[in-house]
Design a protein around this ligand. Structure first.
Ligand code: ADP
Length: 496
């Protein structure tokens, strides 16, 4: 059941061919192949999309190189900013279309997809402000000869960037990477996930409409092995920015060594969320539930390990049961839905496997654990909560990427940070308390790129985002990402 009517523009887009975009031309894949995009709420095919391979990768990288070495390299910063502002306006003007495409191919509730489209425009707007503010410096050097010497630094774009993105936030992930690439004067080859290419195609149409020169942004739809892998290994790509699984991140890092391309990686997580006994328990439990169930748990920062002080454990479990039961599971195109399907049958299989293993390994299932009976088609799963006092089951330790929370209890605050940090990941962590001292002490102790106090999943383009340990390399957004897309050149001038 769905009450959201697809816009005529969306119907038109779905009926039109969805090709690769290389050097300013929309074109079929070199081998003429296509693949089907599925609606995860119905398991039905939505439409076909061009399926690129190595020959298309070569063409797209060559086009990006030509644009980089051509006039784009010398375009004024003000012009780059202007084009990005135009793109932000176009994203706003087409926000409902983009949101509907996100829900169609990813499954998420339309309200969340609308939020994603609105935030995409804001992220591009943030980066539109950067080109005119990327400055070098003059450096007070002290040559041994004592000769007068001028030294200054130039910040230059790193070059051709391969941007490989996942399916969980199909639009946000594109703009997190395109924003800094275009702001710094790089050129890009964008490879969306095979599950969610549609919104990327529409975004690149808007990029073309905004007036970016041919070859500055190229789009390759296709699969990981056939399109992503040759792109990651390509000798003429200067930088690769990847978001996805730690497993694929490792392959990308290895592939990048051929020409020592710069690499930034945003990978998995198993993020600890801590409730202290003094917290506002109702608010903390709601935050904990939202932190894991948002986007069907398919979030790298999902709050998947919850550490609750034993004094408030029963109360928190009751609240979690209540929040899980309150979810309306269904098609994202139904405006009352709060929990959509998982993205694919494969994802459903993986999450179901964890639910089964969690029970087998001794974790206690508090609620959920099965597919909802009233939804026959589509990749739906109930929001689920485990209690694992021993903290040894796979559901307490491994990233699940589904709406599955594992709760542990604690009593000794001195052990707490150590338990929370006992994970190969370090993407995010959170705590709920009104105790200022405990909050800041724990924030300093937790090994995570983001720490959220009395909130979860707050991200902002002005603030850095990224992971410690196996959650990644480098930071996205903020001034830190500008560094990742620029080289710093040091120029010495002998003034003697
Ligand atoms: P998931 O397992 O959640 O689908 P992945 O990490 O496999 O996430 O995928 C994220 C992105 O990486 C997608 O665009 C996918 O096509 C791409 N990808 C997958 N395998 C490779 C690979 N070996 N090399 C480059 N890109 C890949």
């Amino acid at each position: 059941m769905s009450d959201v009517q697809l816009l005529p523009a969306v119907r038109e887009f779905l009926a039109s061919p969805k090709r690769l975009f290389i050097g300013g031309q929309w074109q079929d894949a070199a081998k003429g192949r296509h693949f089907a995009v599925e609606n995860p709420a119905t398991a039905q095919t939505i439409c076909q999309v061009a399926d690129g391979d190595e020959a298309d990768v070569d063409a797209a990288v060559a086009a990006a190189r030509a644009a980089f070495e051509g006039p784009w390299r010398w375009e004024t910063p003000a012009r780059r900013g202007y084009l990005l502002f135009r793109l932000a306006e176009l994203i706003d003007a087409h926000a409902e279309e983009l949101a509907q495409l996100i829900t169609l191919e990813n499954g998420k509730p339309i309200a969340n997809a609308r939020g994603e489209a609105a935030s995409a425009a804001n992220i591009i707007r943030y980066f539109a402000g950067w080109p005119t503010k990327i400055e070098g410096s003059t450096v007070p050097v002290s040559p041994a000869s004592g000769a007068p010497m001028l030294n200054y630094t130039l910040r230059e774009p790193v070059g051709v960037c391969a941007l490989i993105v996942p399916w969980n936030f199909p639009l946000t992930m594109c703009v997190w990477k395109l924003g800094p690439a275009l702001a710094t004067g790089c050129t890009a080859v964008l490879k969306p996930a095979e599950q969610t290419p549609l919104v990327a195609v529409r975004l690149v149409q808007l990029i073309e409409q905004a007036g970016f020169p041919a070859g500055v942004v190229n789009l390759l739809t296709g699969f990981g092995m056939r399109t992503g892998a040759p792109l990651a290994a390509h000798a003429d790509v200067d930088k690769i920015a990847f978001t996805g699984s730690t497993q694929v991140g490792r392959l990308i890092a290895q592939a990048a060594t051929g020409n020592m391309k710069k690499v930034s990686l945003e990978l998995g997580g198993k993020s600890p969320n801590i409730i202290l006994p003094d917290a506002d328990i109702a608010r903390a439990a709601k935050g904990a539930a939202d932190g894991i169930f948002y986007n069907q748990g398919q979030v790298c920062t999902a709050a998947s390990r919850l550490y609750v002080h034993e004094k408030v454990l029963d109360q928190v479990l009751d609240e979690l049961r209540r929040h899980a039961a309150a979810h309306v599971i269904g098609s994202g195109l139904n405006s009352s839905t709060t929990l959509g399907p998982l993205v694919s049958e494969r994802q459903l299989g993986m999450v179901s496997g964890y639910l089964q293993r969690g029970v087998e390994e001794g974790a206690e299932l508090i609620c959920g654990g099965k597919r909802p009976e009233h939804l026959e088609h589509g990749h739906f799963i109930e929001p689920s909560v485990f209690l694992d006092r021993a903290e040894r089951a796979c559901v307490a330790r491994e990233e699940i990427f589904g709406p599955v929370l594992t709760v542990m209890s604690w009593s000794d605050v001195d052990e707490l940070a150590q338990r929370a940090n006992d994970s190969p990941y370090g993407l995010a962590a959170g705590l709920w308390t009104n105790d200022l001292r405990a909050a800041h002490r724990l924030a300093a102790q937790l090994k995570a790129g983001s720490v959220w106090i009395n909130c979860w999943n707050v991200v902002d383009p002005a603030s850095p985002f990224g992971g410690y340990k196996q959650s990644g390399w480098g930071r996205e957004m903020s001034k830190h990402v500008i560094d990742a897309y620029t080289e710093t050149k040091s120029v010495f001038v002998d003034l003697a």
